[in-house]
Design a protein around this ligand. Sequence first.
Ligand code: KG4
Ligand code: ZN
Length: 338
Amino acid sequence: MRILAVESSCDETAVAIVEDGRRVLTDCIASQVDLHRIYGGVVPEIASRKHIEAIYKLADQALSEANMTRGDIDAVAVTYAPGLIGAVLVGVNFAKALALALNKPLIPVHHIRGHIAANYLAFDELKPPFLCLVVSGGHTMIVDVQDYTKMEILGTTLDDAAGECFDKVARVLGMPYPGGAALDKASQGGDDGKYTLPRSKPGSNPYDMSFSGLKTAALNLIHHAEQVGEKLDIESLCASFSAAVSDTLVSRLVQALKQTGHKKLAVAGGVAANSRIRADVLAAAKELDVQTYMPPLSLCGDNAAMIGAQGYYEYLAGHTADMSLNAYATKSILGEQL
Ligand code: KG4
Ligand code: ZN
């Protein structure tokens, strides 16, 4: 089954064609990052307009790269939530029009379920059940993936997402948006013990986490140094910050692995590209004799191939939509009725 998949929830317009949920025939992305960089973050109105300008051409490009015509498409999948509402709407309306015109099924896909499904593209042998650490710009959670479309959230951030914190600290350090990858690069070779930064203590749910205290502590440290004219060791600050984020995530993850007894662990989302987090997750999983799945960096960030992968399994589960499908800025990953 060949699914044409559309992703437009933030600042990447993407169209991919994926066969049977596992094989990427083509994966086209038009990034708007350069446009938003001058504002230091995504400007929603600009994002929507640029999605409209890019999406038709991108779909034609995807078909031509895959040597296919519209008639070869068996279904259309689209991110319908969560994201910037005006941006998500562009993809949803495009997908609805295409599905209607081709008289093919329309498959709504939750963006975070898509991030998890990026693992199915990278690892042909991976099947649920497994545990997944989801770390993106807007979400941070530990998910028990019981089946392709059945999941349980074991823990989540109670305030900021890990990606938000990386971007905020990077921005205050003068790094261009989105700063996570730049901060990661700057941390290489730094001393991760040079600056003392807090790790949130487990609350009533041992898998929940918090990052706002860490973010505030890092920002205070930077502002204080500016005020007293102290020169910061940027490499070491970035390394100390990355270690604090990673410790917070990995300590919860270890608890969750022990408690659930899962022997397979996947990571997902843009922040899963972080070198410190990848190394720590790998080491912790090895200690517990858990098999780890980490998609290549190209599949960690937003893309449409992951939407095509998850779309296939949503289709098999009967999760299709009609022309009344709407877009949502927020929506639980748990898959309640549309
Ligand atoms: O999953 P994603 O592409 O978009 C959302 O769904 O949010 O995640 C984007 C986030 C941004 O916050 C970006 O700075 C962060 O992923 N990111 C990183 C790295 N690469 C991307 N954060 C830390 N280290 C990285 N290497
Ligand atoms: Zn994403």
